[in-house]
Design a protein around this ligand. Structure first.
Ligand SMILES: Nc1ncnc2c1ncn2[C@@H]1O[C@H](COP(=O)(O)OP(=O)(O)O)[C@@H](O)[C@H]1O
Ligand SMILES: [Mg+2]
Length: 360
């Protein structure tokens, strides 16, 4: 996919912006605080209608304004799409090719964006919810079935937790909700397990290229119960075993919402034994690897890398830029580096301007 044009109105520090982009690397250059991440955020926002650095939309609206607007043109092979998102205080409207898009969940398949941002350094050392979020976002992009299952799982879990909070929970209803969770969990666990094992086929290659030396990379999935034959029985047992404690603590303690996965970097758990640099490389490799799982050239995602170069030495930057040659289109924010054949976007004084024609 290619983002060919982006217009912003009153988005963060941009009163009005209109830029065209090319395939290859679009280098967003500017001083700290100039608005580079804001531009990266806008590109990523197109894929989820959600910011990667703010849980609500209001900070995205320029100070003193009522609404922010993003308009984008995206091409996917011969297909051209226009997307218009209006963010108001408390509501947003999304139009695809001029018509309202009813389900925001469709966005991530229409505009697939892979993101690496500075907080990803803590992907493995931080809370498991970040890693589950990676699984849920990645899998929802690939499969509307996964999205439907995980959404229903979330709703059913909420119901079960609400029931557990009642003074006298209806135990028959508790069993019904538990069975519903298990029915959803069986395919969810299979999806997650398959995705992580597929990723393992590309991950060591990506990590080795980023580091410039052969590096082992394994992903260890910790499902709440083992997938495969007999899943339902095993899951039932797990829920049964924790029933009393769930009733006592008024919350559901087993299920896919408690799962996790680990990254073994040269055979050792990166969160426990890895340096910060190794954690950064592991996270970057993980975030980029899904690119290689998508077969159709025109479906390949747009890549957004925010501030990734500031913490890398010159050799690692060179390795990353070599890897990015595989990628269809990348947005890379940076304060200072020179990139061969890139399109440069200069950011200063609340404006972003394109410096050159592609590669010149
Ligand atoms: N809603 C907003 N309205 C106006 N300015 C904003 C808004 N949100 C952030 N900013 C401004 O954007 C700038 C930060 O931009 P950012 O993209 O994070 O910079 P960087 O180039 O370092 O990545 C700050 O000056 C901040 O005041
Ligand atoms: Mg920034």
């Amino acid at each position: 996919m290619t983002l060919t044009r982006l217009r912003l109105l009153n988005f963060r520090n941009y009163e009005s912006l209109d830029l065209s982009f090319d395939e290859g690397v679009n280098a967003v250059l500017g001083r700290n605080g100039s608005g580079k991440t804001n531009l990266a955020e806008a590109v990523h926002y197109l894929s989820l209608a959600r910011s990667f650095r703010s849980s609500d939309d209001e900070p995205l609206i320029r100070h003193g304004c009522e609404t922010a607007v993003l308009e984008a043109e995206i091409s996917e092979g011969e297909l051209r799409r226009t997307l218009e998102i209006e963010i108001g205080k408390g509501a947003k409207r999304v139009k695809l090719n001029g018509k309202p898009l009813r389900r925001l969940s469709e966005l991530s398949r229409l505009v697939n964006v892979l993101l690496f941002c500075p907080s990803d350094v803590a992907l493995f050392t931080g809370s498991p919810s970040e890693r589950r979020n990676f699984l849920d976002v990645s899998l929802s992009k690939q499969s509307s079935d996964y999205f439907r299952l995980i959404s229903r799982y979330g709703a059913t879990l909420k119901e079960r937790n609400a029931l557990l909070k009642q003074a006298q929970p209806d135990l028959a209803l508790l069993d019904v909700l538990t069975d519903q969770l298990i029915d959803l969990e069986e395919p969810l666990v299979s999806y997650r397990s398959l995705f992580l094992s597929n990723l393992e086929s590309t991950l060591p290659g990506v990590l080795s290229r980023l580091r410039g030396e052969a590096t082992g990379a394994e992903l260890i999935y910790r499902p709440f119960v083992k997938p495969g034959d007999g899943f339902k029985e095993r899951a039932k047992k797990a829920y049964e075993a924790s029933k009393e404690s769930d009733l006592l603590h008024r919350s559901t303690s087993v299920g896919v919402h408690r799962e996790d996965f680990f990254f073994r970097f040269n055979g050792k758990d990166v969160a426990t034994y890895g340096s910060q640099g190794e954690n950064r490389m592991a996270a970057l490799a993980l975030k980029l690897s899904p690119y290689y799982l998508i077969e159709k050239e025109e479906r390949k995602p747009i890549c957004v890398l925010d501030d990734v170069t500031s913490e890398l030495d010159a050799k690692k930057i060179e390795n990353l830029l070599a890897l990015l040659k595989d990628f269809h289109q990348t947005f890379l924010t940076t304060t200072d580096i020179t990139i061969e054949n890139a399109t440069y976007i200069d950011v200063a004084s609340n404006k972003a301007t394109r410096r050159n024609e592609h590669g010149r």
